[in-house]
Ligand binder design. Structure first.
Ligand code: KG4
Ligand code: ZN
Length: 344
């Protein structure tokens, strides 16, 4: 079966076609980063318009590679969470296509897409596992016992990790989106004169709080202003060090709590080189396993939506008469939401 995946929840238009027989994935990705850069963040209305302009031509291009629209067996799209207008563009296109072709359609949870993305690798994790989801909008630890069986173990009480990276990068005058740029700067040194806190690690539980790290960075910047390059680099290093250390401590705790021996890392911050290194070392020390998606499948993409759609389709699912999108949607609601038409 060939499943079309359509991701449009934020500032990336991702289109992919997954062939369940061959395991082959073809994909196209268009990032709107340049469009939003001058505003220092995603402008929802511009995001929706760009999805309208880009999605259909990208789908046509990909369809011509597989021998035409008649080859499709199902269509999956991101139903939420995300920006309402952006989601509606993807949902309208997907549902329109499915209606015209008389094929099944599946509204996929964006974070489910992220957490299943490591299964696209050759060395795919098996259920059950602990998933660390770290993106620009979410930070959570999830107990994953099977497809759609998700229990949130902990999540951020304020900023998401990616958001904290981006905000701190902005304080360091790095261009939007600053997360990867801050990481690259931090990776140029081995030490720092600064020490940032490891928030919420000295009390029990698996929740996170990252807004204090941004404030810690701001205080140091104000004390040492104007910053030279060495100072900026050392602040970036200390910030990244604290974030990664905090994530490491909580991942170990989540694995102790669940007894799972597999850790799956997904979401944009999963591309972070230091995080990958530290979690690999943790797995070696504990005799456990850690799985990451390929870097291009860490950030938003259509492949993860096509793949999640294919798994659900093969499990016998598709949506009946669902016309809404879900800008807010908890992973834990997944099992029963598809046919209830729950709206925000
Ligand atoms: O998953 P994603 O593409 O979008 C959301 O669903 O949010 O994640 C984007 C986030 C941004 O905040 C970006 O700065 C961050 O992931 N990010 C990184 C790195 N690459 C992307 N943060 C730290 N280090 C990286 N290498
Ligand atoms: Zn995402």
């Amino acid at each position: 079966m060939k499943v079309l995946g359509l991701e449009s929840s934020c500032d990336e238009t991702g289109i992919a076609i997954f062939d369940t027989n061959t395991g082959q994935m073809q994909q196209r990705l268009y990032s709107q980063i340049e469009r939003h850069r001058e505003f220092g963040g995603v402008v929802p209305e511009l995001a929706s318009r760009d999805h309208v302009a880009k999605a259909a031509p990208m789908i046509s291009e990909l369809l011509s590679e597989i021998g035409g629209i008649g080859e499709l067996d199902a269509i999956a799209y991101t139903r939420g969470p995300g920006l309402i207008g952006a989601l509606m563009v993807g949902a309208s296109i997907a549902r329109g296509l499915a209606w015209a072709l008389e094929k099944p359609v599946l509204g996929i949870h964006h974070m489910e897409g992220h957490l299943l993305a490591p299964m696209l690798e050759d060395n795919a994790p098996e259920f059950p596992f602990v998933a660390l989801l770290v993106s620009g909008g979410h930070t959570m630890l999830v107990d994953v016992s099977g497809l759609g069986q998700y229990r949130i173990l902990g999540e951020t009480l304020d900023d998401a990790v990616g958001e904290a990276f981006d905000k701190t990068a902005r304080l360091l005058d790095l261009p939007y989106p600053g997360g990867p740029k801050l990481a690259a700067l931090a990776d140029t040194v081995e030490a720092s004169r600064f020490q940032f806190p490891r928030p919420m690690t000295n009390r029990p539980g698996l929740d996170f709080s990252f807004s204090g790290l941004k404030t810690a960075a701001l205080n140091i910047i104000q004390q040492h202003s104007p910053l030279d390059e060495t100072l900026r680099t050392e602040i970036a290093f200390a910030f990244q060090h604290a974030v990664v250390d905090t994530l490491r401590i909580k991942c170990a705790r989540a694995m102790d709590q669940t007894g799972h021996s597999r850790l799956v890392v997904a979401g944009g911050v999963g591309a972070n080189r230091r995080l990958r290194q530290v979690l690999k070392r943790l797995a070696q020390e504990r005799g456990t396993q850690v799985f990451f998606p390929a870097p291009e499948y860490c950030t938003d993409n259509g492949a993860m939506i096509a793949y999640a759609g294919a798994l659900r389709l093969m499990a016998g699912e598709h949506d009946e008469n669902v016309y809404d999108v879900l800008p807010r949607w908890s992973l834990e609601e997944l099992g029963d939401v598809a046919n209830q038409g729950v709206s925000d």
